[in-house]
Design a protein around this ligand. Structure first.
Ligand code: TXA
Ligand code: MG
Length: 330
């Protein structure tokens, strides 16, 4: 398939919308990561998303909307907590899980009775969705298991020849995927942490929010079970920031014949070793994390990352790092 590269002008947006309505796949920017869009009302199109990504079909997709009213067309029931969140927080880097309407097929929800819905903060994302005229399912636009793409060039790397078009928009400014919030139980539960934190949600709904992020525990968000975000080379993660420990680990890798790199907060502390800056604050680290993994896997054969932030957003970033490292914590 010859993938089209489309720009944010009226003619190209119209074409992107037509392609979606014809059942084709179109990748588009959001503020979190690039998404791989399909017409949510077309079961065949939705199913082709799993094929293009090589994604297990028991991992459900998020339905994206450009307008708050559409949420009510997708969800069967919008409870009071959901209403408050829709009114006060959206659009946002936040996905809410609600009971689904029968128009939402099992191909989207992997047989669950619930549906994940997101109204992106990105204007470019909402513009594309408006041109599509239908709700759009979109997983991250990477091959399954790989770091999520935060620029159209990274979507190209994984998806060229596999999908009809890529909308070449801006780079993503958040850099990690949306917070997934389950609102179907008595207590709101975060199934995937992101830039919207439990504190922010608690302030809006006025009750405690549970955070369920242990990938080994039994959770309602099937996607958190799978291998994710992994670079092509082995990766280890440190959360202490102890220079001597990182140096010892690095030097041992060199003795074993590796050409490793340290992805760290203060690169100048590591002498002549291979170093790369992870970023100075949570926002920077998140924004460049997946891009950094894709850059470093090309140049080195072992990535040693160190991340010490203990903020709520920092925990969301740590969640991605732990999984990128396949749980290899030093
Ligand atoms: O930021 C984002 O959310 C990006 C952009 C493109 O919007 N999308 C994204 O999609 O990250 P994906 O497919 O990579 O992740 C969707 C997550 C998975 O963890 C999946 O299990 C969960 O949402 N999910 C989807 N439907 C669900 C449901 N009905 N109940 C619980 N979790 C659900
Ligand atoms: Mg993903």
């Amino acid at each position: 398939m010859d993938t089209k590269y489309l720009q944010f002008n009226n003619a190209d947006l119209q074409l992107a919308g037509e392609l979606i309505r014809q059942g084709e796949l179109v990748a588009f920017p959001t503020e979190t990561v690039y998404g791989l869009g399909a017409n949510a009302l077309d079961e065949h199109a939705v199913k082709s998303t799993y094929v293009a990504k090589g994604r297990p079909s028991d991992n459900p997709l998020i339905v994206h909307v450009w307008d708050k009213g559409q949420i009510y067309d997708v969800a069967r029931e919008v409870n009071n907590d959901a209403k408050k969140i829709i009114d006060c927080l959206m659009p946002a880097s936040l996905t809410i899980v609600l009971p689904k309407r029968s128009t939402i097929s099992d191909a989207i929800t992997a047989g669950l009775d619930t549906v994940a819905i997101r109204m992106p903060r990105s204007m470019q994302a909402r513009e594309f969705l408006r041109y599509a005229c239908v709700p759009v399912t979109a997983p991250s636009a990477n091959l399954s298991g790989r770091p999520s793409p935060t620029s159209w060039q990274r979507v190209k790397q994984d998806m060229d020849g596999r999908i009809a078009a890529i909308l070449c928009g801006e780079d993503c400014d958040v850099g990690i995927e949306s917070t997934v919030l389950d609102l179907t139980g008595s207590k709101p539960r975060i199934l995937r942490p992101g830039v919207v934190t439990s504190e922010q949600i608690e302030q809006v709904v006025g009750k405690r929010v549970e955070v369920v992020i242990n990938p080994k525990s039994k959770v309602n968000s099937p996607g958190v079970r799978y291998k994710h975000y992994a670079p092509k080379v082995p990766m280890a993660l440190d959360t202490s920031g102890e220079v001597s420990k990182l140096v010892a680990f690095y030097d041992d890798l060199v003795k074993r014949g590796f050409n490793p790199v340290l992805l760290v907060e203060q690169p100048h502390k590591y002498g002549a070793r291979n170093v790369y800056p992870i970023g100075h604050n949570d926002e920077q680290v998140a924004q460049s994390l997946f891009e950094n993994l894709r850059v470093l896997e090309e140049k080195y054969d072992y990535i040693v990352a160190s991340f010490t932030s203990r903020t709520a957003f920092g925990q969301s970033i740590l969640n991605r790092l732990v999984r990128a490292a396949g749980g290899n914590i030093i």
